[in-house]
Design a protein around this ligand. Structure first.
Ligand code: HEC
Length: 290
């Protein structure tokens, strides 16, 4: 059953959908076994059916974020290192003023193509609290590659206090936690438009067509030319939104490329074995069939 749920995850269902589906599959395969049907066929059929049907049940209160063309889409998709590095620059220079990245250590940035010396130099720009020392005191020291990238606030209450009571969510897993994933991040960045006639925006909030309720406590974080890309790419809002969303897709699943490669290998192996077993079967039954 675990294997089936893993397989279905491959189809990009969210956690809730996978759980529901696993329960339904468990039930239907039990019924199948009771009816002396073949449980494996039932499992396969249920998986196939629900992978098409379930996404349709998603809540539909906000417009769906428009689908972007991501290099990491599809079973063979990979990340683009230059895009990720630009995205990290946007995170570092803009988003990190409010959002933390608790699950990423400096050394993880090797995954987006940073060299060891670059990582060391980058870490040394930050200070972290360590300790206690021999006297029982906490102390400040320069960050090391093994440290988590320090967030902007010491705790959630401090983050709320600085943001009109709204908590800027940690960004490490945001792409996994929101329907639409990277499309959602991109859409929020691009979704600051004039409010429709008659809509009153609360003080301290901003109209954003892709945020549930239409009002978000984050002021529009990006304007054209906000960062200067080292590779000379023109830093339009669209470009920065795309890059930072791609970077956050990476932080949410740095092992995605390895997972997909493994998936392809497993499928190739299964295909190969299917052909082998088919040929073996034909050989065994060769004389009987006639
Ligand atoms: C000045 C502080 C600030 C900056 C800078 C900032 N944010 Fe935010 N962000 C917030 C706050 C506060 C919220 C919570 C909004 C709410 O709950 O209404 C938020 C929410 C979000 C959300 C919505 C999360 C959800 O629940 O779906 C996204 C996406 C987001 N930020 C992305 C970014 C990105 C990307 C950047 C950098 C380009 C950035 N933010 C820069 C303060 C900030």
């Amino acid at each position: 059953m675990l294997y089936v749920s893993q397989l279905c995850k491959f189809k990009k269902l969210d956690r809730h959908a996978t759980l529901t589906m696993t329960l339904i599959i468990a039930k239907s395969s039990l019924q199948g076994a009771l009816l002396r049907g073949n449980p494996f066929i039932l499992i396969a059929l249920s998986c196939l059916t629900f992978s098409f049907v379930l996404p349709g049940y998603a809540e539909n209160t906000v417009p769906h974020p428009p689908k972007q063309n991501w290099s990491f889409n599809g079973p063979f998709g990979t990340f683009k290192r230059d895009e990720l590095q630009r995205g990290f620059q946007v995170y570092k220079e803009v988003c990190s003023a409010c959002h933390s990245l608790k699950h990423i250590r400096f050394r993880d940035l090797k995954g987006i193509g940073f060299k060891e010396v670059e990582i060391k130099a980058l870490a040394a720009e930050y200070e972290v609290t360590d300790g206690p020392n021999a006297d029982g005191q906490m102390f400040q020291r320069k960050a090391l590659p093994s440290d988590v990238i320090p967030g902007p606030f010491p705790n959630d209450n401090a983050a709320r206090a600085a943001n009109n009571g709204a908590l800027p969510p940690d960004q490490s897993l945001l792409v996994k936690a929101r329907e639409g994933g990277a499309d959602h991040i991109h859409a929020i960045m691009m979704g600051y438009v004039e409010p429709p006639e008659g809509v009153k925006v609360d003080p301290g909030r901003h109209y954003n067509e892709y945020f549930p309720g239409g009002q978000i406590s984050m002021a529009k974080p990006l304007t054209d030319g906000q960062v200067t890309y080292a590779d000379g790419t023109n830093a339009t809002v669209e470009q920065m939104s795309h890059d930072v969303a791609a970077f956050l897709a990476w932080t949410a699943e740095p092992e995605m490329e390895a997972r997909k490669q493994m998936g392809v290998k497993v499928l190739a192996y299964l295909l190969f074995m299917t052909v082998m077993f088919y040929l073996t079967m034909r050989r065994i039954w060769r004389d009987v069939k006639k």
